[in-house]
Design a protein around this ligand. Structure first.
Ligand code: SAM
Length: 310
């Protein structure tokens, strides 16, 4: 079994700086269900010289479950910067280390970026051992478009910053994915409804792969009411998946197509803010969504004309 991990070292190291076999393995671990650790991950965690764990006590449970006795050292956002140089030095000297976080894939809203960047900059081997991540797990069952999506991680904790940030995303046409804490999930859904419109389809993916796994689909307004009336559903870990803003083309709705054309025509004659105000008055649409659409249209217009001038 260990030979499989060894052969991947050789294959991956051919184009990299010699490290006498040293490498950093970035290992995804379960997001709830301990069975979701891949057999390759078990091999690697069991055979490396050291495991760098976000929280050694948290990971001890997973490692014990698989009978893995490899030494562990704490590696988290507060000591990462301080440790990077020494870890890279040890790997350069031939040690094999695995990086894990408390759950899911390291670096995805988890520590490790500085270390992986330093390893890459210096040309040393960084080998992915893929597995669970809440963002992909939620997308895979949400039933919302997955051909293009953007991952936004956690929204700002402060209400004003969160609303401002959401305003910049209101016209985004790709599916949006957010992580959220139980303390803020209700307020986040309420703010999403306020900025994106009550009718935008969305999915709340809660406690994925765990006993209380719940995947709830509805409009943002429906999900807000559901959370307000089911307080027990506000506990646990959440991914919020939100449908992208409809494009004029895919909508097929002549009113929406003409909103875009109307905005384009207004922008040709008026300053942006005035164009948006007139469009709001004429269509009854959401000011923020129209504002973002106007910014996108005027930005695209500038680009087209500057290309044209070349
Ligand atoms: N590295 C992790 C990954 O790959 O998904 C994410 C770590 S981030 C610090 C933790 C957040 O991920 C949680 O607050 C929650 O939003 C989301 N999350 C993690 N596990 C989850 C689960 N089982 N169900 C739903 N969301 C989860």
């Amino acid at each position: 079994m260990v030979a499989r991990a060894g052969s991947s070292i050789e294959a991956s190291a051919t184009s990299r700086r010699a490290t006498a076999g040293g490498a950093l393995y970035v290992v995804a671990t379960p997001i709830g269900n301990l069975q979701d650790l891949s057999s390759r991950a078990i091999d690697v965690l069991g055979s490396v010289d050291l495991i760098l764990a976000e929280d050694t006590r948290h990971s001890a449970k997973l490692l014990a479950h698989y009978g893995i006795g490899t030494a562990c050292r704490s590696f988290h956002e507060h000591n990462e910067a301080h440790q990077v140089a020494r870890i890279v030095e040890r790997i350069a000297a031939g040690e094999r280390m695995a990086l894990i976080s408390d759950a899911g894939t390291p670096l995805i809203n988890d520590p490790g970026f500085r270390l992986v960047a330093a390893m890459r900059e210096q040309g040393y081997a960084v080998i992915p051992i893929p597995g669970p991540s809440a963002v992909v797990c939620a997308l895979s069952v949400a039933g919302l478009a997955t051909d293009r999506f953007c991952f936004e991680g956690f929204l700002p904790a402060r209400a004003s910053a969160r609303r401002r940030h959401l305003q910049t995303l209101a016209a985004e046409q790709r599916t949006l994915v957010f992580y959220e804490s139980p303390r803020r999930v209700l307020q986040a859904v309420a703010d999403l409804a306020a900025e994106f419109g009550d009718e935008r389809p969305a999915v709340l993916a809660r406690e994925l792969t765990k006993i209380h796994e719940t995947v709830m689909r509805g409009t943002l307004a429906e999900l807000q009411v559901w959370l307000e009336t089911h307080v027990e559903q506000c506990r646990g870990e959440f991914v919020i998946v939100v449908a992208g803003a409809p494009s004029a083309d895919e909508d097929g709705d002549t009113a929406s197509v003409s909103t875009r054309d109307l905005l384009r025509a207004l922008l040709a004659e008026l300053p942006l803010k005035q164009a948006v105000s007139v469009a709001v008055g004429l269509t009854g649409g959401k000011r923020n969504a129209l504002y973002q659409q106007a910014i996108a249209l005027s930005g695209a217009g500038k680009e087209e004309s500057s290309h044209g001038e070349e």
